[in-house]
Design a protein around this ligand. Structure first.
Ligand SMILES: Cc1ncc(COP(=O)(O)O)c(C=O)c1O
Length: 382
């Protein structure tokens, strides 16, 4: 990814916004953060947003506000960034990992439902689906699960700003949701930042206190919060970029369509219908499936490749960047050995970890570059 291309296009706007904060000499929370909170609430369709220090912090705020406390358990995907699970631990709870769908690689709601029917984890307080790579998890099924089992759905929407499920925005699909503005995200700060959204004013107020040492009033503390506040400079930068996000996400979708077409044309993989991509074939390259209900924002464009590591090296030799999200599923991370899980327990996530490869994807990418990536992959398999 080339962040400089984005910066070159918005340099003057961003520098003016930073200068505005410097002139105000108000650096933490304040009017810039409040304005951003209103704008993100409007974008997602959630009524409230609470700016904070990172996506990881946002996950912790969301979980605690949803009622997760020490001794509880929270179900989540075995195939995500570490923070999806470490935030659960930081809230004092135990993660219960569940495998992912073979097509989308999102948390498998059918498996979650089966486990809840047969062996509901003790003190289950919440389920944390992750909208992996910018595509929403199956929120119809999670809605039904929330009602049937009376459990809160907390979205990890870190990779999914602007994404939708059946016309509803990520961030307004559960009781609360966490977003990351890490510099490589679709909407990115000039450092660490994150935000939590919710449709519940009480939860929003709770999260505002938690991010500020659990303090409803200066120097009075009702519970243990933390310093999880957002910087005004980050909010100012994000507000500039927010005016471009719809366009940038649309460009990502166009690039994904170009990749899809070129892959289909190369004979490396096959597209079954416009919105569903075959995952059954033995093609050397398979694409992560798209849910018809999802408006995908392609934080990543991910293929599943035979001889993935050799392919990655082949591309690197041609100066084509690629990345593996994620090489080791969460249940096999050494730090979670206390859960007693082993290789073979989450076969879909484990296979994905051996096959996934994220290809160059950012709004300023051009068609010639995409063509070069696909041609190089075709050359590798020829
Ligand atoms: C799925 C997911 N969850 C949580 C996070 C944590 O966000 P941050 O890096 O802003 O703390 C990230 C991003 O890195 C992520 O991709």
């Amino acid at each position: 990814m080339d962040l400089r291309r984005q910066y070159d296009g918005i340099r003057e706007e961003v520098l003016a916004a930073i200068a505005r904060v410097c002139d105000s000499q108000s650096f933490i929370l304040g009017p810039e953060v409040e304005a951003l909170e209103g704008e993100i609430a409007a974008l997602t369709g959630a009524a409230w947003a609470v700016g904070c220090a990172s996506g990881t912090e946002a996950l912790w705020l969301a979980l605690v506000a949803a009622g997760v406390k020490p001794g509880d358990s929270v179900m989540t995907t075995a195939f995500s960034f570490f923070a999806s699970a470490s935030a659960i631990v930081r809230a004092g709870a135990t993660p219960v990992f569940v495998d992912v769908e073979p097509g989308t690689l999102n948390l498998d709601a059918v498996l979650v439902g089966q486990q809840l029917r047969t062996q509901r984890p003790q003190n289950l307080r919440a389920i944390l689906p992750v909208h992996l790579y910018g595509q929403c998890a199956d929120m119809d099924r999670f809605d039904r699960i929330a009602q049937e089992f009376e459990v809160a759905i907390v979205e990890d929407a870190a990779q999914a700003i602007g994404a939708e499920w059946s016309g509803r925005g990520a961030g307004a699909l559960g009781v609360t949701a966490a977003f990351s503005f890490y510099p490589t995200k679709n909407l990115s700060a000039f450092g660490d930042a994150g935000i939590v959204t919710t449709t519940c004013p009480r939860m929003a107020e709770h999260m505002r206190q938690l991010r500020n040492h659990g303090s409803p009033r200066r120097y009075y503390h009702h519970e243990f919060g933390w310093n999880g506040r957002m910087d005004a400079i980050q909010a100012a930068v994000l507000r500039v970029k927010l005016t471009h996000i719809a366009d940038w996400n649309q460009k990502r979708r166009q690039h994904a369509a170009t990749y899809d077409q070129l892959f289909a044309g190369s004979g490396l993989t096959s597209i079954r219908t416009s919105d569903q991509i075959s995952n059954q074939s033995n093609a050397p390259v398979r694409l992560v499936a798209r849910s018809p209900q999802a408006k995908h924002v392609f934080h990543q464009y991910v293929i599943r490749a035979q001889r993935r590591d050799e392919l990655r090296k082949f591309l690197a030799d041609r100066k084509i960047g690629s990345e593996i999200y994620y090489p080791l599923p969460l249940h096999l991370q050494p730090v979670f050995s206390y859960l007693g899980l082993k290789a073979g327990d989450m076969p879909v996530a484990e296979q994905a970890a051996r096959e996934v490869l994220a290809l160059p994807m950012f709004p300023e990418l051009n068609e010639a570059e995409i063509r070069c990536v696909v041609e190089s992959i075709a050359e590798f398999y020829s």
